[in-house]
Design a protein around this ligand. Structure first.
Ligand code: NPQ
Ligand code: MG
Length: 369
C-alpha cells in the first residue's frame, strides 16, 4: 500500500488534577494525534507522546509536528510501498526524534492491521488478554494529601503504586505510604533524573522500604553513574529516560546500570523497537514493564497491547482513562480487578469518538504526497 495522506491533529486534554514531577507541573496535556491514510482509504491512528516542553526528553510537541512535516512525511510519501515494518528503516537516516518516528509507525501499522482484520496485540506477540495496572502518583503539597490520593488509587484496585520523588520529597512520603498501607503494597519510586551519584548514601536510606525499584535517579546520559549507584544500594535500579533504543538498552545492561527497564514505545522510536528491547531483556533476565506518558485511549490501547507480551512481568503505568481524564476521546479504559482488558478488535481496537475528538481539537492539518 502507499501512504497517500496524513492528518496532524492537536488536541488539548484537561487533566483531572495537576501532575507534578521533579521537572515541573502540568494541568493540561497538549497532544499531537496522527491519522494515516493508505491507498486513499485504509485509516490508522497514532498518538505522539511528546510533552509541551523539552523537560522530560529533548523532544517537544511543536518540534515533533515540525520534523514530521518537513523531514519524515516527505520521505514516506515518496516510497512506492509502505507498511509498518518499512517506516523505521525509511526514517533511519534522521537522528533522534524517536517520538515522531513512533507515531507515524504506529499509525501505518494500525492502518495495515485494520485493513486486514488483525489486532495490534496479536501482531506484537501478546500472550494475555488483560494486564495488571499500576498508577503513577505525582509530588503533592503535603504527606496528608499524598496519603489521601494513594488511598483512592488503592481502593480503585491498582496493584502497584509509583511515587514521584525529588530531593526534599523522598524519605518522608515513602515512609508514610509504606506505614499506612503495609508491607503488601507494591511500591516503586521515580526521580526523573533529579539526583546525582553524590546522593547515593541518601538514596540508600530508601532501601529499608522494600521498594520494587528506583526509576531513573540520575541524568539520562549518566549510565556509568547508574552502574555505580546500583552497587551502592539494595533497591533495584530501573532506567527510563536513558533507554532510547535496543542498542542503548544492551549497553546499559552490559555495564550493570540497571536490572529493570521501563519500556515506553514513544521514547524508543515505536512498538517494533519496544518489542526488540523486550526480547533483548528477556534473553538477559532483565524484567520490563510498560511506562506511560498520560496517553489518551489511542496511545493507551497500544501500550496495553504491548504490556501483554510475556516479558512484561511487572505492572505498568497503564492506568485507566479516568486516572488522567474526565472524558477520553475513545471508549474509556476501565479498571476491573486491578486490570485492563487488551483490545482484541482490528488494529488498535479503539477509534476516536467524533464528538469527543471535535470537542478537544485545537488544530488540524492535512498533508498529502
Ligand atoms: C515517567 N510518566 O515515567 C513519566 C513522566 C511524565 C506516568 O509517571 C505531563 C507532566 C505529562 C508530566 C508525562 C509517568 C507527563 C509528565 C510523563 C511526566 O517518567
Ligand atoms: Mg519515569
Amino acid at each position: 500500500m502507499k501512504l497517500t495522506g496524513v492528518e496532524l491533529r492537536r488536541i488539548s486534554m484537561p487533566l483531572v488534577a495537576p501532575f507534578r514531577t521533579s521537572f515541573g507541573v502540568e494541568s493540561t496535556r497538549d497532544i499531537l494525534l496522527l491519522r494515516a491514510v493508505l491507498d486513499g482509504e485504509a485509516e490508522g491512528w497514532g498518538e505522539c507522546v511528546a510533552l509541551s516542553d523539552p523537560l522530560y526528553s529533548p523532544e517537544y510537541v511543536d518540534a515533533a509536528a515540525d520534523v514530521l512535516k518537513r523531514f519524515m512525511l516527505p520521505r514516506l510519501f515518496s516510497l512506492g510501498q509502505v507498511d509498518g515494518a518499512a517506516v523505521g528503516p525509511a526514517l533511519e537516516p534522521i537522528k533522534g526524534h524517536w517520538m515522531s518516528k513512533a507515531v507515524i509507525e504506529t499509525a501505518v501499522l494500525d492502518a495495515e492491521l485494520r485493513a486486514t482484520g488483525r489486532s495490534f496485540a496479536r501482531e506484537l506477540g501478546a500472550t494475555r488478554d488483560r494486564v495488571p495496572c499500576g498508577v503513577s502518583v505525582g509530588i503533592h503539597n503535603s504527606v496528608g494529601a499524598l496519603l489521601e490520593s494513594v488511598e483512592g488509587y488503592v481502593s480503585a484496585g491498582y496493584v502497584r503504586v509509583k511515587l514521584k520523588i525529588e530531593p526534599g520529597w523522598d524519605l518522608e512520603p515513602v515512609r508514610a505510604v509504606r506505614e499506612r498501607f503495609g508491607d503488601d503494597l507494591l511500591i516503586q519510586v521515580d526521580a526523573n533524573t533529579a539526583y546525582t551519584l553524590q546522593d547515593a548514601p541518601h538514596l540508600a536510606k530508601l532501601d529499608q522500604f522494600d521498594l520494587l525499584l528506583m526509576e531513573q535517579p540520575l541524568p539520562e546520559e549518566d549510565i556509568l553513574g547508574h552502574a555505580a549507584l546500583a552497587r551502592l544500594i539494595k533497591t533495584p535500579v530501573c532506567l527510563d529516560e536513558s533507554i532510547t533504543s535496543a542498542r542503548t538498552a544492551a549497553a546499559a545492561i552490559t555495564l550493570g546500570a540497571c536490572s529493570i527497564i521501563n519500556i515506553k514505545p514513544g521514547r524508543v522510536g515505536g512498538y517494533l523497537e519496544a518489542r526488540r528491547i523486550h526480547d533483548l531483556c528477556r534473553a538477559h533476565g532483565i524484567a520490563v514493564w510498560c511506562g506511560g506518558m498520560l496517553e489518551t485511549g489511542i496511545g493507551r490501547a497500544a501500550n496495553v497491547a504491548l504490556a501483554a507480551l510475556p516479558g512484561f512481568t511487572l505492572p505498568g503505568d497503564t492506568s485507566a482513562s479516568d486516572r488522567y481524564f474526565k472524558t477520553d476521546i475513545t471508549e474509556p479504559f476501565v479498571l476491573r480487578d486491578g486490570h485492563l482488558d487488551v483490545p482484541a478488535g482490528p488494529g488498535l481496537g479503539v477509534t476516536p469518538r467524533p464528538a469527543e475528538l471535535a470537542a478537544v481539537t485545537t488544530r488540524t492539518e492535512w498533508l498529502t504526497a
